[in-house]
Design a protein around this ligand. Sequence first.
Ligand SMILES: [Zn+2]
Length: 452
Amino acid sequence: MKLTVAVLSLAVSCFWCHARAATPADALLIHGGRIMTMDPALGDIDNGEILIRAGRIVAVGRNLAAGDARRIDARGQIVLPGFVDAHTHLYVTTMRGQFRNGAGQFFPVSSRLAAVMTPDDTYAAMHLGAVELLYGGVTTTGDFFDNVLTPRHGEAGLRALQDAGIRAVLYYGGPDKTTKQPIDLAQLRELAGGQANDARVRIGLAWRLPRDRTDAANWAMRQQEYDAARSLGLPIQVHVSGEAGPMFDALIERKYLYPGLTVVHATDAAPAQLQALERAGGSLALTPVSEHRVGYGLTRIDQFAAVRRQGLGLDGNALAGSADMFATLRLAALTWSGATRDERLPDPRALLDKATRGGAEALGLAAETGTLTPGKRADLQIVALDALNLAGFGGGDPAALLVYSARPDNVRTVLVDGRIVKRDGRLEGVDLPGLLDNSARSAGEVARRAAP
Ligand SMILES: [Zn+2]
């Protein structure tokens, strides 16, 4: 294993950081762990340290001058960036167990349940989903919120993510999964206008395209939504799924591709379409577990190499089964080696890169998160190795261990923005029995209300 030792410190320049850095209690030192920075220039640091001040990573290396910083002992553990879930739908979290194939397929069932969700149900589902993500080491999510039934639902969704403490882009969408209804552009403008430059939860547009290329009225409506997002400087995620070839072509022909656009799924994209996306500077999000589950085909990560900015997502904790990015990595790796009939592929570190740095780049958040680089916000996870499923690790590549063996329970500590949200295996500041009770109650009420 190549070992890179790097000691960097950063003169933090923003006013807010100077002001906060004066408070010693804000400083935190993580020490003694195997640090996987996922920053190509820094590499891994054995027995390394990370110094955090006012929520920001200020130094990574060894023997750092930490003064009276609070300490987190990471000896015998792996420290890596928090995962970035590049695309999901958190409002379906309380639909777990409802999709049982046969007559209970995801699209009709989730649409029926989603239509009767109140703002409180929306909050319950999205808050639960975000907390579950944090528990499993996911510190950033790109939430495609395509169930904004009323402005109160919109507010509830935003508040759920803010309260959970996760970093997110909340892609604000329409009232259902069809493209028949317009997105509430007045509320989109209001939410986008109200966000601070350094907000932990940002606003984007959750955009869907008409399947009928000749439906001029619908295309005009979609054009208005696109123009509104672009004029507000918002990122856009667009679902390109199912029989998606013509939809991807429409994105290209109508000149919708730009660096702020993330194309989601597109499992059957043609090489020329991916090249067009790359030329335009756009990004890609793939969600292997859900794409397999709903029959989009095998997610062959090896076939998307043309697009540089590329992340992995869950596409809904309930659709993926649970918020398990390790399982997502494992499925992506096994599909790759199985489909190519090549045991030498893939490099597990390349997959881990997509679940961290790649996802941050896809969401346009690479300046803040995705690697453990001085200057970025302190979003990280610490994986403990004293577990039956990780025991027996004698010092090989920790990336292989994480991709093929780890699971959310192994994540002992999680920080977002320098704030500890999981410590010693327990969520901080979360009334877990209350959260579970409330989620079960809401899920039951939604199911009863939606009963045929
Ligand atoms: Zn999706």
